[in-house]
Design a protein around this ligand. Structure first.
Ligand code: HEC
Ligand code: HEC
Length: 484
């Protein structure tokens, strides 16, 4: 497949260049002159892994301490194991930095339905989630011979998790009750948070099996790391064997507990995820590819935006959030595992925000679409949509190659920060150089639209790349990864 995106091609043969920040400063407007000229104070979209802009000092402090806990390597003395998948949240949620996605997968197993016998998650044998490692080889779990189905699930990012949590349950339920297209029939996965509170539409996990960030943190604390806590207080027995558990479990439960400021580990992890900024989207609106995305009904499931409700934190309340998901379960591919209404054939509509960071590696719940360029992987993923999405896949297949490229260029705007012309999640000298090399700098002459790659640098969306945009770029420019 050809593509109209030429970002990577342009990169080839670039000389090694190192512009200093001082040189950039000399070429750009000082911040004060933008304000003097009454220009709008735009807030650049943060890089992946950065906190929400505008956090109070107290919230930022909680974010920083939460990040330390999220990336902390748990020790056996602190409660790691006896069986687990890894030693810390940040071991899997790592790309491009803490809070992100990765290709690390976890394994689910169970006994497939036979005749009138429904799917059996083999709870008594340690299912349905396998723990692949142990602090003691004697307690090592394995997929039991009774299992007739296994499935891999890769790690999604948790960026913007506080905003997703703040989406009003009724808004998700409404999409199930009044489907936006006659061919789709998404269903909600209603769940009760472990910490209490009303039953609500689940939205986290590939089966939408969890409704709040704290519940996920408590659940993952136990099931991924073996950290018993105030919400889930009992260890997983290796393949269900309580004798083995007694032999390998050395720390009294619950292992989690308050730090000097009264926060449990699961509270700290929750703070980090809640205050993480959502992935950026550049250009913010107007691409032809998004109109095509809607025209072929991708938005029947990948719903662009919600407005959050009122929650404890003002920074998360009444905010427009753009996940490109309805958080409902659909028959598209399935994984053979049952979790409540998340039956064998159902998976949650994958939120598309942040796709730029993921598309070049692997797509779908099990990462089955992989091995090509980001553009080709995206094309292949769309063409692999089955079941309920077949009608939309067919409409996409009927687009012209140029239109398909435009739609894919839009998908690659999801996760892009302004000025990241390379699309490699950093804003550095190369991006700056490319704007010049490509002739994107126009001065104050409007000459391009949202589909043009120059729009990646047009932060004030006025159709030109001028000194105002460069001043904003200078503010964002660090020469190192933003968010580090
Ligand atoms: C071994 C790798 C691994 C570790 C360690 C891990 N996760 Fe995950 N995480 C995953 C996978 C895989 C999924 C998808 C699981 C599913 O849907 O069944 C996931 C999903 C999530 C989600 C849901 C995201 C969404 O939008 O769907 C949250 C939230 C989350 N993890 C938080 C955590 C926290 C907090 C920790 C640490 C206590 C943690 N994870 C540790 C691999 C991991
Ligand atoms: C009927 C609902 C539905 C429709 C319509 C639909 N999708 Fe999806 N989409 C899903 C579901 C469900 C998944 C997750 C499937 C899985 O991982 O097993 C998904 C996954 C994806 C992914 C992979 C994302 C990732 O992070 O792995 C992409 C890309 C995508 N869809 C794009 C599109 C585009 C483009 C269209 C329109 C041509 C479209 N989808 C139409 C439901 C839908």
């Amino acid at each position: 497949m050809t593509t109209t995106m030429k970002l990577h091609g342009r990169r080839a043969g670039l000389p090694a260049i190192a512009f200093s920040c001082a040189a950039l400063a000399a070429l750009s407007l000082p911040a004060s002159s933008q304000e003097d000229r009454g220009l709008p104070q735009l807030i650049p979209q943060p890089a992946m892994g950065a906190p929400l802009p505008g956090l109070s000092a107290a919230e930022l402090d909680r974010f920083v301490k939460g990040k330390a806990e999220f990336t902390h390597i748990l020790t056996e003395a602190e409660g790691l194991g006896p069986i687990m998948n890894d030693t810390g949240c940040g071991q899997c949620h790592s790309q491009p930095r803490a809070g992100g996605f990765s290709n690390r997968s976890v394994t689910r197993f169970g006994k497939a339905a036979v005749g009138l016998d429904p799917f059996d998650p083999l709870d008594d044998l340690g299912g349905s989630l396998l723990q692949v490692t142990s602090i003691d080889p004697a307690c090592q779990e394995f997929v039991p011979p009774e299992a007739t189905v296994t499935a891999e699930r890769i790690t999604p990012h948790v960026l913007g998790a506080g905003l997703v949590e703040a989406i009003v349950s009724a808004d998700i339920e409404d999409l199930a009750n009044n489907p936006p297209h006659i061919n789709v029939a998404g269903i909600t996965h209603m769940v009760t948070p472990l910490e209490g509170g009303a039953v609500r539409a689940g939205r986290f996990g590939w089966k939408a099996q969890v409704g709040t960030v704290l519940t996920f943190s408590a659940d993952a604390g136990l099931n991924e790391m073996g950290l018993t806590n105030r919400l889930v207080g009992t260890e997983n027995a290796p393949n269900g064997d309580l004798v083995l558990l007694a032999a390998c479990d050395t720390v009294a439960d619950p292992e989690d507990g308050p730090d000097l400021e009264g926060f449990d580990r699961i509270d700290r992890m929750t703070d980090f995820q809640r205050f993480l900024a959502p992935p950026g989207q550049t250009p913010r609106s107007g691409m032809t590819g998004e109109a095509l995305f809607n025209q072929v009904h991708c938005n029947a499931c990948h719903v662009a935006s919600f407005t959050t409700g009122v929650v404890a934190e003002a920074i998360l309340s009444n905010k427009v959030v753009k996940p490109y998901s309805d958080f409902l379960l659909h028959d598209v591919l399935g994984d053979g595992i049952v979790q409540g209404p998340g039956t064998e054939t159902k998976i949650k509509t994958a939120p598309l925000w942040g796709l730029l960071a993921r598309a070049g590696t692997s797509l779908f719940h099990d990462g089955r679409v992989t091995g090509n360029t980001a553009e080709q992987n995206l094309h292949d993923a769309i063409m692999a949509h089955d079941g309920e999405a077949t009608f939309s896949q067919g409409d996409y297949a009927n687009l012209t190659p140029i239109e398909q490229d435009q739609l894919i260029a839009f998908l690659l705007s999801l996760g892009r920060s302004e000025f990241d012309i390379e699309g490699n999640l950093t804003i550095d000298e190369i991006d700056w150089f490319l704007f010049w090399l490509n002739g994107d700098f126009t001065g104050p002459v409007a000459s391009f639209g949202p589909d043009d790659e120059a729009a990646i640098g047009d932060i004030d969306e006025d159709g030109d790349m001028d000194l105002v945009d460069f001043a904003y770029m200078q503010r964002n420019f660090t020469g190192v990864l933003l968010g580090d």
